[in-house]
Design a protein around this ligand. Sequence first.
Ligand code: PBG
Length: 325
Amino acid sequence: MTLVNRPRRLRRNSAIRSLIKETKLDVNDFIYPLFVVEGKGIKREIESLSNNYHFSVDQLKDEINEITELGIKAIILFGLPDKKDCFGSEAYNDNGIVQKAIREIKKVNKNLLVITDICMCQYTDHGHCGIIKEDYVDNDETLKYLAKIALSHAKAGADMVAPSDMMDGRIGVIRSILDQNGFMDVSIMAYSAKYASAFYGPFRVAANSAPGFGDRKTYQMDPANSDEALREVELDLKEGADIVMVKPALAYLDVIRRVKDNFNVPIAAYNVSGEYAMIKAAAEKGLIHEQKIVLEKLVAMKRAGADMIITYHAKDAARWLREEW
Ligand code: PBG
């Protein structure tokens, strides 16, 4: 039979397949989330995020060394304070949990890129991502606090701040307070297209940050929209974002691709807690092959256009990538 076009020719063996591979997954793509808690001697597995831990600052050293040995170059820090109030004041305490953790991590490995999540929900007694006025998150009042938090993280030594609150105008306010205080080189990763998603469930248990009333739909985006994601990205870039993020990742690959096609900037994808937990649960039941599924979905995020991926799988994936797959 004469068949001129036989795409299978280029799939015949692994050498050919690797020559034509369009997307490569690499340990340099990963950002690993770390949760830090007040106290001493604590390394406690997070029930909702198996194989991830709550660390007290004094227990970070081994973890940072392990991350470094695996070749992971960046982490994103989330703090759990032991006091909450309506202003989230522990978030901008220069001796707060994240600030202490940054200083410790930099002592262990000054080259590990430390990104900090800028948000108030873990720190407010009502669990919302800002200052509440008449049951509504007040945008402009919240901006003042976000700026204070970002400055406090920069002073503690953060390399990059990542505002995840979804208030309007926060990137501009954070850029200007950082610049006014001499932190021009601290970069901003904006959670630009952050959706009001049920995929954050396990994180909210891990971070003790579920809203005490209502939901986050008045500030996070409607999963039905993607034109709006482009508007959010455009605004954040105008205000000074260095990297823009799409979150969650797996159900939003189309949004990642649209951002990639429309803007010439680095894109982060956040492979969120619910995406992680679903795979862990299915793997535990023997329903799927964890390693293959994880590497497949991470490469899919890169193929969609992500330049970097925040993922709870980072340590496992770094190990697996050292093997053939
Ligand atoms: C804080 C924040 C959340 C996540 C990252 N930063 C939770 C939320 O918005 O409710 C979710 C991360 C995940 O699910 O892995 N605002």
